[in-house]
Design a protein around this ligand. Sequence first.
Ligand code: ATP
Ligand code: MG
Length: 593
Amino acid sequence: MPIEKLTEFVISQIAAGEVVERPSSVVKELIENSLDAGATHVAVEVQEGGRKLIRVSDDGSGIPSQEVRLALARHATSKLKNADDLYAIQTLGFRGEALSSIVAVSRTTLVTRHRQENMGIEVHIEGGEIHYEKGKGVPAGTVMSVENLFFNTPARLKFLKTENTEKRHIYNLITDYAMAYPHVKFTLLQDGRETFRSTGSGHLADVAVKVFGLDVFKQMLEVYGEEVIQHGGDKIIVQGYVTMPEMNRNDRSRIVLFVNGRAVQDSGLVYGITQAYQMLMEKGRYPYAMLMLSVPTDFVDVNVHPTKAEVRFQDNNITFVAVQRAVREVLLKSAKLSVIQHNELATAPIVPRTAWHNSANRTSQPQQDDMGFTVESYSRPRPTPDMSDDDLAYIPEGAGKPSKPRTLPPLRVMGQIGAMYIIAEGPAGLYLVDQYAASERVVFEELTENFATLGENITVLNGATIDLTAKQFKSMEPHIEDLARLGLQLEPFGNTTLAIRAIPSAVQARDAIELVGRIVLGLEQGDTFPHGFLMRIAQIGAIKNGQALTTEQMQHVIRKLERCPDPLISPSGRATLVHMSSEQLAREFSKKR
Ligand SMILES: Nc1ncnc2c1ncn2[C@@H]1O[C@H](COP(=O)(O)OP(=O)(O)OP(=O)(O)O)[C@@H](O)[C@H]1O
Ligand SMILES: [Mg+2]
């Protein structure tokens, strides 16, 4: 074929194809226009999943009668002037393409009256051609009625999904926007039936209850987090709701994301959310979530996709971290709260039947409450530095030394799997404890508590040295004094060699070189005194994976963990335990095979 210029009609059809993929795209563009026009009420009416009719009415500013034709033209917008404005966009629209695209592939009637005009106007357009235009007395605002979508593009019509799929899409779209704009009242009428209504009260919680249903909402946690963007000091704010791990579903379709008031699809952010549930939720399950990010306008490029469904951040890492951290924080906080609640319930005298409660009275024979198998110790039992005989025994509730507040319910040790995990039972179901991560947490807390005397609690070594590269040696030198305060006494020995004079007693002599090695590598990763160094000592002093433990050793770790301020993660950020509630277990067993 020879090269020819496309006709205006073909150009408009191609352009329309980019913006208007399906009925829900029309709904999205129209409600975004209503929101940009400052509407407080947006009414959506749809027939036959949007194929027959989509009508969006608003009480926004209306379009000045002089500008109506322009509004329908391609590349005409009131929202953007210069290319620079693209990085300071406050409105949802800016491309000046939506209306022209919609009217090109439908029969549309636009009725509008600008707030400052007395008379409104009605325009009817079919396939992009204006059929008539007349004055009309109407309230201020705009009503767009889009009929027979794709009537002139039969190929498109064929690709449409079933009516029910479109209905569901439109419903989700309206409910998502209703949550992102809680001060706007949304109503949705589908085939004459009202399927959704929000009150416009301004409270996200009011809308979220309607959208997710009370059962789900009751299991939701409010999220709020801030992350500072390094250059400039601006912030990313994350807010919204997510469900507790127990309330989940098998797809991510109810993870709703808004960035600066714009509905977006962003796999990175979704990943951030699911990462926050790591170890708390089974694989392949997803939470319900509604999260809104506020970022500086110049931090996000909204002009990357014709339907504006995707955005590009200046730094994906920060947004990922912001989301993951905000969600993780609220999940961990609630996990702690709920175990404490369980605990309080269980210690009340009217509930005497939980296993751990009974065992509290059997201090004379500490091992009896751990029925099941005893694990044979095939490696030498590991002397934990301050492990007194007293500590090895079951510590009864309320007896003996004043104890730190509980952060976990009392867990009953049942056994060990694969020389890696401790199985325990608690009032709220099954707990699988990662022995290494848990012990790392426990040792870290002990080190922190005894911080003042760490320098004296040492094991003196004879003749251990470690060779470093010149660079590593240089990076270690300034920290020698700090490390000595923690019980690790090092001394330069030749050009790039360090002699290890003493190690903290939390660490075994045979691990001395590994400890120094870890600290050297940690420095390269930005470790600082004292937290980073203590973390390395805890990692080396902790019970290792692959070590079989006696019941007493397991009990010891668990008892200590139960009173650590942050029992669910290790200092280096690994989950210490996986909890399966009795309900979860029941659900697993009731699944059809
Ligand atoms: N409901 C409405 N109320 C008031 N003005 C409207 C409404 N809908 C459209 N307009 C006006 O018509 C113009 C064109 O709308 P259109 O949706 O085509 O483009 P846009 O919103 O500027 O950009 P985009 O293509 O990104 O949506 C808008 O800039 C706005 O001035
Ligand atoms: Mg628009």
